[in-house]
Design a protein around this ligand. Sequence first.
Ligand SMILES: Cc1cc2nc3c(=O)[nH]c(=O)nc-3n(C[C@H](O)[C@H](O)[C@H](O)COP(=O)(O)OP(=O)(O)OC[C@H]3O[C@@H](n4cnc5c(N)ncnc54)[C@H](O)[C@@H]3O)c2cc1C
Length: 478
Amino acid sequence: MSRPRTAVVWFRRDLRTHDHEPLVEAAAADRLLPVYVFDPERYGTREFGGDDSFAYEKTGGFRTRFRLEAVADLRSRLRAAGSDLLVRVGPAPATVADLADDVDADAVYAHTRPTPEERAVETALAERLADAGVAFERYWGHTLYRPEDLPSSVEEIDDTYTPFRHAVESEATVREPLDRPAVPARPAVEPGEIPTAEALGVEPATDDDRAALAFEGGETAGLDRLETYLWTTDSLREYKQTRNGLVGRDYSSKLSAWLNEGCLSPRRVHEAVERYEAERVANDSTYWLVFELLWRDFFQFQFAKHGAQFFAREGIRRREIDWREDPAALARWKRGETGIPFVDAAMRELTETGYLSNRGRQIAASFLANDLRIDWRRGAAYFETRLVDYDPASNYGNWAYVAGVGNDSRNRKFDVLGQAHYYDPEAAYVKRWVPAVEPLEPADAHAPWRLSAERRRELGVEYPDPVLELPPADETDE
Ligand SMILES: Cc1cc2nc3c(=O)[nH]c(=O)nc-3n(C[C@H](O)[C@H](O)[C@H](O)COP(=O)(O)OP(=O)(O)OC[C@H]3O[C@@H](n4cnc5c(N)ncnc54)[C@H](O)[C@@H]3O)c2cc1C
């Protein structure tokens, strides 16, 4: 479109000023209004919908806090640049459209998202803006690759990761991140207060000093974490060897929350990895971080291709599985009281801190879906509530994958005990989160039910019996 006189930039899960194409494009306007809307639709109890609908809490305390901090950080950055961030609470489409009307905007600029709820909000806004004769400019900006840079159309992308990866690695290029633009003056509108978690109907998060990392929302903290992980602790050098870790700050990058709220652009991370490769070391670990970011891209494009089918119980593979209803077992899983310490440790870490390692997520998910055979979407919805780094595509995509209804036809059932012995040989992880097994030798700490009731009493171990009988561990299992 021709250069607008007045533009609105609608910030969503792209809470940053670097590599932000809508901001760059809108900065050509004479006046620019940056806006963020807390939509009550995203908080509180909601119905999952579809077959066997159930209620769940959409956004829990950890992600809410992270987002509030990220909005505050964006506001300070925009203020430092001579502008501001308008903050409103209300239905996003009507609120943005009304603001555009108030300031007589010619155009609204925003990032697009492929996941159904985010898309529906965009569509509703697009209709309102079209009625008002205001242009709506949308940009894809949350993955390494852009859809138009892929070797095939989104509809033709392979449903299996490896062919997708080979295709992009050989035929596509990751673009350079965009610089921050100078931000034009803003129209005089009351900036508004950033709400509290309570005002959004969310119980505030409480801290646990066992947390892997104190996740602080915002571009500033995200860029700091990238700097620390690559340059200060030099941890990227060994990522491939450490990434299956369970305890500590630096076994993995911990960038996911900043990536998913958009505080960090994946292209900015990619650029940093390339610089690290040029200045420090290029090895299988530096490659592997990008390999994992490609998994993230893969699920985003899979959602662009398959849409809401990802939320169906039978998944994109339309596989009918006889899922069980077992509210008591589901509740024990959520509380971390299944009686299987490795699963319980993972669930307690998730519930108490909002973060869980990739290994822990795989174990907890596989146990619910493949051992208990409980509808995988109940587990995915619980993750949606708790995770600080929740993203619809990464969460439901990974859950469907583990449950055997997603992007892989192999059996993804994990041997929970084998995994426990392999990845937690000293039982340090389970003892951290399940103190009841502290007095036990590592092998017993992973399977306390093998000790007689009398022996457990002697040792003072009070812990529930397992919710189901697990097969013996395959000690070689990875
Ligand atoms: C059941 C289940 C649910 C999950 N839900 C989410 C979710 O809601 N949000 C989310 O970001 N990740 C999710 N993941 C993927 C992965 O567990 C997390 O991205 C990772 O643990 C985040 O920690 P990190 O940033 O230290 O990861 P690192 O190991 O340092 O990886 C670097 C980045 O690569 C991306 N990545 C790594 N693995 C995956 C993967 N399997 N799928 C997609 N992206 C990946 C993430 O952006 C991550 O930040 C889920 C995995 C499982 C098995």
